[in-house]
Design a protein around this ligand. Structure first.
Ligand SMILES: [Zn+2]
Length: 82
């Protein structure tokens, strides 16, 4: 199931990750699936105001959601700085 897809190198203005939504992203949802990722790893979804709750809940019920941060305040924690 490919419900959501965050392109690695998208356009400069990031859009909401919700399926079919083209609104500008305002929020970053940081999540981790312990079955797939090491604990420090963070995957991110982007959300507009409208979809923040929906996406948070989607991740939250699975126990994946770690953090919800304003896009303007988001700094990827383990980002490579090689
Ligand atoms: Zn949206």
């Amino acid at each position: 199931m490919n419900l959501l897809d965050v392109p690695g190198s998208g356009p400069s203005s990031p859009v909401c990750s919700a399926k079919g939504c083209r609104a500008d992203a305002v929020w970053v949802l940081a999540w981790n699936n312990p079955k797939l990722h090491t604990p420090e790893r963070r995957k991110t979804w982007l959300a507009c105001e409208e979809h923040r709750e929906h996406l948070s809940e989607f991740l939250g019920v699975r126990g994946f959601l770690k953090d919800v941060v304003k896009l303007t305040e988001w700094r990827a924690p383990g980002e490579d700085r090689a």
